[in-house]
Each structure stands twice: as structure tokens, then as C-alpha cells.
Design a protein around this ligand. Structure first.
Ligand code: ATP
Ligand code: MG
Length: 729
């Protein structure tokens, strides 16, 4: 088997071999990024079948995403000596697909209620019925419920300390009733119910007999519920193999518990621990950067990785003045690389920290006809669920008769959208109005105060047209969201609030570029149109497309060329991890420290930076915009730390505002400020006044894993962007 494997190009190293051939009992395979954990899992499944004669259907492989599960199947099918039917029979699944299969097998017939938009609508309706619409946003309640269930707890067990918690619980229980009446279950229910079912020996025992080998990839990101399921399933044979990297725990907000991997060999006292430390993915200097970033974390198992690859090229840095310039730079740079034949589009990934952090780069890619695939969101920023309603109001301001935009104006009025639209259209036929919304003021289904709301809304829309786009957005934010954003709604609930806040800031940044609402709307419409047309562009490119995704989505993947954008304070590390006050009341008693303790949040950000850097095989470009959402943003501390320089304390909120005021008053002062920061870093900066590139000094003698202080090189290099001479500092 191993000889055929070698012929197929996989020459396993010693610890990899040991893991693959490991016989009975619990096994923890711990390894840094790119050391072949996933490779070993697939090879072991093949080994068990081809050499040990284990039946394919008794192997259960659990992976994190359905994409990973599909890839796992492919990898197994490509192994030597495995019949296609056998490869298909291996159970390679995500936790959810495994849980769902179990429920169906047990006769559970409920429909899956997996459409987030629909969930929000239901939640909104329930909030309205209970008179709590002002206090909560549906999204934050759903997120909290999700976190709660990830710990294996039921909704009726939610805490009831204080009025806020009691109200929240009331709504969430109503949500459970709603689903029950309609025979529906959401994704969290699937996991929770399957896990409860496994507590029943009659259900559990046959499964325990069937799955004699259980293997879990990305174990560092399993939550309590998932871990419990695995433990139960493996309790009979105890052939549980988990692979993971504690440095890559990046889903604590979903309930992932790093402890599971850190303490695996305490829970399973007889567990064998195999460490893999040869990285086959990244060139040495890229790995060196990744290792020195994550080395600053305290809560981790120390590792010393070596690269099997070449020393390779130095990661390169660029500090554009803002995300707009960053996007222009990255897209120009990648186009040049493709033109010169250095890479293909599909070799490239652009990674960003937050969902809304891709707005500028997305626009550049679309406007410059670069074929790309955006994983996850996949929609134009202005069409996303949080932003769309605001844009629709602007569209209505320009043309009050745009029917397709009207439902957005109905949403916050608490009018059932469909019936509301039907009514408007019926009345329009009888008598057309300049503002068709006005019909609603005579609709008998609406109460007086609602008719008042309609009038208010029309007044708002009328006013928007004459405003500058930025002011128009700020006005809507004030009317729609400020009450909610300012309400004390702490704990796990804030996660959604941050997203909303961030999306609104991003929208304001986008709006700033335009002078009139008309220009802004025309741009957004053009972008959507071009994005729709891109399908044909991608088809023509025959799958050769750039990948655009969040760092979270990129886990487990690898690319020859990676652009990590937004490596600035406030973005990576994200502002939520910087000096946040621990939340007070709501659910605080049950929220794990990892989601509230600033130090732990910062460590998670550092792990994200590590995951991002270690996706790159040969080329890595990192950009750090000097400002974001109009505020000055310092270079990411993770970069400064990695190069042996202590970052100065992150500016607090008031300081940042002061800095913004200062920056607006004098961009020269801002430049000096940045220069002063930069001087403390051992870098070369470009001497040309029109170019702001900088690179780290060459680290000739460094061996990654020991990259602490890069050694200087004698002669000044040429600027990688404009070829001018670089100067020290
Ligand atoms: P991550 O932590 O990012 O999930 P991983 O540990 O799962 O990484 P893999 O994706 O399995 O790592 O492997 C990384 C790369 O190294 C892959 O391209 C894989 O084919 C290659 N690789 C792994 N082991 C070997 C080996 N023994 N010989 C050659 N290539 C290898
Ligand atoms: Mg992997």
C-alpha cells in the first residue's frame, strides 16, 4: 500500500506513517498548518481498508464543511488500491450531515428551516407580537440561541436573571413553538436533537457497533455538542483519531472550545499523541512569518515547524492610505502577475477579516473584469440583507414608483409585505400616485399609528433625494437603528450588533465617495448588473478565477499566491478584541470567557492571522491600510510583534476620534505619525515620493521557527512596485 502511495506521489514521513498505521485506541495528531493532517486522515482511511481489511462503511470521517467532506471523498477515491464503490461507502460527513442522516433514519420528518432570511422574518414577527420590537434585533437573538444550543442546552433552560433575559427567553420560546407547530427544525436543532438521541442506548449502540473507526479533522474547532457526539459514538471501540492544530481555533464565537484539543490526552489517558512538524505547503519564509506571529500566544502547545520547501521569497508588505487604495493596488498587482505569467487567477486567494471588509476589493474586481468567486456571501455589498433596505430607500427617493424597492420600505413598518404590496398594486390600478406608498394610509388593515408611520416614511424618503449620500445614510441609520445600537444589549448578543455597526460604517465609507444620491445609486446598480454578467465571464475563463473569502472560510485550504488585506489595527486584530469592556448582564453568566475576555479574543485574532498567512504556498502579499472607516489605523501589531518590535498601545476610542480630526486637519501630520511608527520597524521603504511600498529587511540567516530578529542585508534592494531604490527605515 505504501509503495503504491509513494508511486502516486505521497511519500509519508515517519510520524505521518506512524499515524496512518496506528492500530487501536485513541489518537491525537497534532500539527501546525500544512503539515499533512488532512492528508494523513485520508491515507489512514485508505490504509484501514486496503491493508487491514476494514469495511468502508464502518469508517466515519467528520470534517468541518461540506466542501471539505467532498474533497475528502475525492482524496480517498484517488488513493491506490481502493475501489470506487469502497471510496463511496466511507462515511465522510460534516457534523450536520451526520446528524441529519441519523434523524431521518430515526423517522424524524420535520422540514429543514435553514433560510436565515426566513428565520429573521419569523423572529421579527414574534418580537412584534410580544411588543418587544424596539429592544431586540432578530439576528442577535438567533445568534444567542445558536450559541446556547452549541453547548447542548435546551431553550427552556435559558437563564432568567433580570427583565431583559426573561423577555429574550419569552421570544425564543415562542420561536420554538412556531417551529413545532409547522413541523420545522433549524440547523441548531438538527445537531441538538441528534445529540439528545445519542443519549438513548437503543439508538447509540448500533451506531457504536457500526463505526469501528472514527476520525475527526479540524478538531480544534469542535464545540461541546459535537465533541459529546463523537465521544459517545466512539465509546465502544475507542478508535477515535482526532487531528487538529490548537493554533487554528478560530470559531470560538460558534462555541468552539480549544480545550478539547489541548486536553484530549487528559480525557483519554491512554491516547497516543503524534506530532507532525514538517510543513509541505509553504516556503520557509512564509512559514517563518506565520510561526513568529502565533508564537506570541500564551494559550497554546509550543511547536517548532520546519519547511520541506525552499526558502522562497520574502512576504511583501504594502501600506496604502485606505481600503480604496488598497483594492486598487491589489487588483493592479495581481493583474500584472497574471499578465507576466507568474500565476493564474485560480492560484490566487484574497483573504479578508470581516464580511464587510471585502467591499472595496469586490468593487475593483468587478469593475476591472477579473474573474473571481466569492465564497460565502457571493452578493454585491449593496444587495446584502442589512444594506439593501437602505439602498432601496435611496432608490425610492429618486424614483418613488420603483415597485421592486417598495417592500424594503414596508419592512420596518410592520406591515405584512406581500399583502401590503398587493394592496398598493390594486390601488395603483384604480388611481396612480406619485408616491404609491401613500395608498397605505387609507388601508383599513392598518391602525392609526401605522398609517402615521407610513406618512413619516414617505416624508423621510422625500427628504433623502436632496441630501448628500453620506448624510442620507446617516439619517436612515438614526431613524432605523440608533435606538437599537445604543441599547444595552450585551454578551453574546452583541455579535450581530458589531456586524450591523460595521456594515453601516462600510456603507458610509462607500457613500462618501459620491456627491449625489443619484450618482451613488447609479454606481450600485451598475455594480449589480456587472456582477450578474460575471457569470459568463467566469464560464469563459473556464474555472480560472480568483478566490475571494474571509479568513474563516479559508481554513484547510491552500493557494500558491495569497493577498491578505486589512492587516491593520481595528481590522486584524479586529476592534471587538481591542480593549472591550466585558459585557455585564444578559447571558454573561453563561457566556464562556473565550468570547468576552479581551486577552483571549486577541489570541483568537492572532490565530486568524496565522491561519491567513499559512494558506500561502509561495507568494504572500500583506497590505495594511493606514485608515479605515475614516479613522487612522496603525499597522497590525501582529506584524510588528513578528519582527521583534513592541507595538504601542492601541488607541482608545476617543483618541481615535481625535486622530481622525487631526488627520483631516493635516494629512502631513498623519504621514509623519506613520513614519515615526515605521522607523521602529526594521524595514526598507521606497525612496520615491509617489510610492509608499515597504519591505522587511531580508532575513538571510533566519530559519523559520527561529526568525525572531531578522538580520540586515548590506545593499539596498529595488522597490518591488516601482523599482526605485529603497531606503532603510
Ligand atoms: P491545515 O492545518 O491547513 O488544514 P494540513 O495539516 O491538513 O493543513 P494538508 O492539507 O494535509 O495539511 O497538507 C498540506 C500540503 O502538503 C498538501 O498540499 C499536501 O498534499 C502536502 N503534503 C502533506 N504531506 C506530504 C508528504 N508526506 N509529501 C508530500 N506532500 C505532502
Ligand atoms: Mg487540513
Amino acid at each position: 500500500y505504501f509503495r503504491s502511495l509513494e508511486q502516486a506521489g505521497i511519500l509519508l514521513n515517519k510520524p505521518q506513517l506512524e499515524a496512518v498505521r496506528y492500530g487501536q485506541g485513541p489518537l491525537l495528531t497534532l500539527a501546525g498548518a500544512g503539515c499533512g493532517k488532512t492528508t494523513v486522515l485520508a491515507a489512514r482511511a485508505g490504509y484501514l481498508m486496503a491493508v487491514r481489511g476494514v469495511s468502508p462503511s464502518s469508517i466515519l470521517l467528520v470534517t468541518f464543511t461540506s466542501k471539505a467532506a467532498a474533497e475528502m471523498k475525492e482524496r480517498i477515491a484517488a488513493l491506490p488500491d481502493i475501489r470506487p464503490a469502497a471510496a463511496r461507502a466511507v462515511q465522510a460527513r460534516t457534523f450536520h450531515s451526520f446528524a441529519l442522516a441519523l434523524l431521518r433514519h430515526q423517522g424524524v420528518t420535520e422540514d429543514i428551516f435553514g433560510d436565515t432570511q426566513a428565520q429573521h422574518t419569523v423572529m421579527k414577527m414574534l418580537l412584534r407580537q410580544l411588543g418587544l420590537s424596539e429592544a431586540y434585533q432578530p439576528e442577535s437573538l438567533l445568534a444567542a440561541l445558536s450559541a446556547w444550543k452549541a453547548e447542548g442546552r435546551l431553550t427552556h433552560e435559558l437563564p432568567e436573571n433580570g427583565q431583559e433575559e426573561r423577555d429574550a427567553k419569552r421570544v425564543l420560546l415562542a420561536y420554538e413553538d412556531w417551529k413545532k407547530e409547522r413541523q420545522k427544525m433549524d440547523f441548531d436543532d438538527i445537531l441538538l436533537r441528534a445529540s439528545m438521541m445519542l443519549r438513548n442506548p437503543a439508538v447509540l449502540q448500533p451506531l457504536q457497533r457500526r463505526f469501528s473507526y472514527i476520525m475527526v479533522d479540524e478538531f480544534q474547532d469542535t464545540n461541546t455538542l459535537q465533541y459529546e457526539m463523537v465521544r459517545r459514538l466512539a465509546a465502544k471501540h475507542r478508535n477515535l483519531m482526532v487531528v487538529g492544530d490548537d493554533d487554528q481555533t478560530i470559531y470560538t464565537f460558534n462555541g468552539a472550545r480549544q480545550e478539547s484539543i489541548l486536553e484530549f490526552d487528559k480525557v483519554y489517558k491512554d491516547a497516543r499523541v503524534i506530532t507532525l512538524n514538517i510543513n509541505y505547503r509553504s516556503d520557509a519564509r512564509i512559514l517563518g512569518l506565520g510561526s513568529s506571529i502565533v508564537a506570541k500566544n500564551r494559550k497554546r502547545r509550543a511547536k517548532r515547524l520546519v519547511s520541506a520547501g525552499r526558502e522562497g521569497l520574502e512576504p511583501q508588505f504594502f501600506t496604502p492610505s485606505n481600503p480604496e487604495e488598497e483594492a486598487i493596488h491589489v487588483v493592479s498587482h495581481l493583474l500584472r502577475q497574471v499578465e507576466e505569467g507568474i500565476v493564474r487567477y485560480s492560484d490566487i486567494a484574497i483573504l479578508h477579516r470581516t464580511a464587510s471588509g471585502s467591499r472595496s476589493i469586490f468593487e475593483q474586481l468587478v469593475m476591472r473584469d477579473v474573474p473571481f468567486i466569492q465564497y460565502g456571501a457571493g452578493t454585491v455589498f449593496y444587495d446584502q440583507s442589512l444594506i439593501r433596505p437602505l439602498m432601496d430607500h435611496l432608490r425610492l427617493a429618486l424614483n418613488p414608483r420603483r415597485m421592486e424597492c417598495m417592500p424594503s420600505a414596508l419592512g420596518p413598518l410592520y406591515v405584512p409585505r406581500e399583502t401590503g404590496m398587493d394592496y398598493i398594486q390594486r390601488e395603483e390600478k384604480k388611481q396612480a400616485k406619485k408616491y404609491p406608498l401613500i395608498h397605505l394610509t387609507r388601508w383599513e388593515r392598518l391602525r392609526d399609528f401605522q398609517q402615521e408611520q407610513v406618512k413619516e416614511r414617505i416624508k423621510l424618503i422625500k427628504g433623502l433625494a436632496a441630501m448628500a449620500p453620506l448624510l442620507a445614510i446617516q439619517e436612515m441609520r438614526r431613524v432605523f437603528y440608533d435606538k437599537y445600537l445604543e441599547s444595552g444589549d450585551p454578551g453574546t448578543w452583541t455579535h450581530y450588533k458589531e456586524t450591523l455597526q460595521e456594515s453601516l460604517e462600510e456603507l458610509e465609507t462607500a457613500a462618501r465617495r459620491f456627491e449625489t444620491v443619484e450618482e451613488f445609486v447609479a454606481f450600485a446598480d451598475e455594480l449589480s448588473k456587472r456582477h450578474r454578467d460575471m457569470e459568463s465571464l467566469r464560464t469563459a475563463a473556464d474555472g480560472d478565477a480568483v478566490s475571494l473569502m474571509t479568513i474563516h472560510r479559508a481554513k484547510g485550504l491552500e493557494f500558491p499566491c495569497v493577498y491578505l488585506i486589512g492587516a491593520s489595527e481595528g481590522i486584524l486584530p479586529h476592534s471587538t478584541a481591542l480593549g472591550k469592556e466585558p459585557p455585564e448582564d444578559l447571558l454573561a453568566s453563561v457566556t464562556p470567557d473565550s468570547q468576552t475576555d479581551p486577552e483571549q479574543l486577541l489570541e483568537e485574532e492572532r490565530r486568524l492571522a496565522y491561519v491567513a498567512v499559512t494558506r500561502a504556498k509561495q507568494l504572500l502579499y500583506i497590505t495594511s491600510p493606514a485608515a479605515n472607516h475614516g479613522k487612522t489605523a496603525a499597522l497590525s501589531r501582529f506584524l510588528l510583534e513578528a519582527y521583534g518590535v513592541k507595538p504601542s498601545a492601541a488607541p482608545g476610542r476617543s483618541e481615535a476620534t481625535a486622530e481622525r480630526a487631526g488627520a483631516q486637519a493635516s494629512s502631513g501630520a498623519q504621514a509623519r505619525e506613520r513614519k515615526a511608527r515605521m522607523i521602529t520597524v526594521p524595514v526598507w521603504s521606497c525612496s520615491s515620493s509617489t510610492c509608499s511600498a515597504w519591505i522587511r529587511k531580508d532575513i538571510k540567516q533566519s530559519r523559520y521557527g527561529r526568525t525572531e530578529t531578522p538580520a540586515p542585508v548590506e545593499s539596498a534592494p529595488a522597490c518591488p512596485l516601482c523599482s526605485s531604490v529603497m531606503q532603510a527605515g
